[in-house]
Write a protein that binds this ligand. Sequence first.
Ligand SMILES: Cc1cc2nc3c(=O)[nH]c(=O)nc-3n(C[C@H](O)[C@H](O)[C@H](O)COP(=O)(O)OP(=O)(O)OC[C@H]3O[C@@H](n4cnc5c(N)ncnc54)[C@H](O)[C@@H]3O)c2cc1C
Length: 377
Amino acid sequence: MSMILNQDQKDLVALAKEFMEKEVKPHIYELDEKGEFPLELYKKGFELGFHSMDMEEKYGGVGLDYNTISFVLEELAKVDAGFAVSLTLNGLAFSCIAEYGSEEQKKSVSERMAPGGFMTFALTEADSGSNAGALRCSYTRDGDDYIINGPKTFITNGKYGDIHVVFATANPEAGVRGISAFIVEKERAGIQIGKEENKMGLRLSNTCDLFFDNVRVPAANLIGKEGLGFKLAMSALDKGRIFCAAMATGIAQGAFEDCIEYSKLRKPFGAPIATHQAVQFILADMAIQIEAARTVTHNAAFLAQSGAKYSKEAAIAKTFASDMAMNVTTDAVQIFGGYGYSREYPVEKRMRDAKIFQIFEGTNQIQRQIIANAILR
Ligand SMILES: Cc1cc2nc3c(=O)[nH]c(=O)nc-3n(C[C@H](O)[C@H](O)[C@H](O)COP(=O)(O)OP(=O)(O)OC[C@H]3O[C@@H](n4cnc5c(N)ncnc54)[C@H](O)[C@@H]3O)c2cc1C
């Protein structure tokens, strides 16, 4: 890595590397084939704090800054992006509470999550993905409670979520102003776990439908105030996009390292393919793209950490890094030739994992819209 890391960052990256190489990597082929969620491995990750990297220390988390988290996420995703995504979803969900929640909410959620567990960010519905403001999951006030009703789809960690951050509307006609966010603990009666997705990639991560059937939560579980939900979701996603960019960079870095090793060994005409300029230039282009993605990612992370506006830069980082990861992993398959297309070699998985980063947390078309709006404002 060409960036200068301080000693703490180096130590954390080394810890992430050792954990992923020793604990997770040996099982990836089988877990990816089966699409299995390795709960016991996640629990080992909890012991090292990978699920609470951005939770403040006073709440029992690790309390890292955004640049350091990005370095660690890159390292986790270099080995398995699905594993990294499930862990980072906790940060996405908790940031809604950290930014807009009451002190009571921060304490009660962190007390439960800091020792280990999963959170979900339940925004998407079957007919409201890119257009999240059109969601239909509803809530009504009933005395000292709120009652939540409706389906959510594609929810990461859905089956294993201990605490769900659920976005619902009081009145679909009110558009985004009708949306509020609620903390819904898994014990609340009426939470149904629906279909689990059989996905192209991220197969070590769980993605499923959830249904909230008259789920009653105390009024104290409302995050911030009524009508704040959409703003809160968009703010969390800004931050999440930086972490998406870091993970996409990690996928590409992993593919790049695979290619360097393979191109020095593979000798179809008696000499390593790395001696051909055509292959060298693909490797050089990979290095250029990865370095550029890492730079825009850390620029957005730095802005976010400094308290500056960073929505546009987070969208740029997410879009650039995920498009880059798709390009680099596709080229990696090319460098491996026929073996690149085989499941026995690692690069086709990286290509499958890379694709989702162009889609979730706002598709890259929506990101370009955000960037264009910011430029033309
Ligand atoms: C593995 C996985 C994990 C996920 N995890 C979560 C999660 O934890 N929580 C959560 O809430 N959601 C999650 N999602 C949902 C994800 O964020 C949505 O799938 C995504 O936002 C896109 O929404 P959609 O699938 O409805 O696509 P659509 O909105 O139907 O878009 C379809 C296509 O149309 C394009 N398009 C749509 N509108 C426009 C426009 N205005 N201009 C230009 N192009 C447009 C899109 O870019 C896309 O190419 C996850 C999805 C997956 C697959």
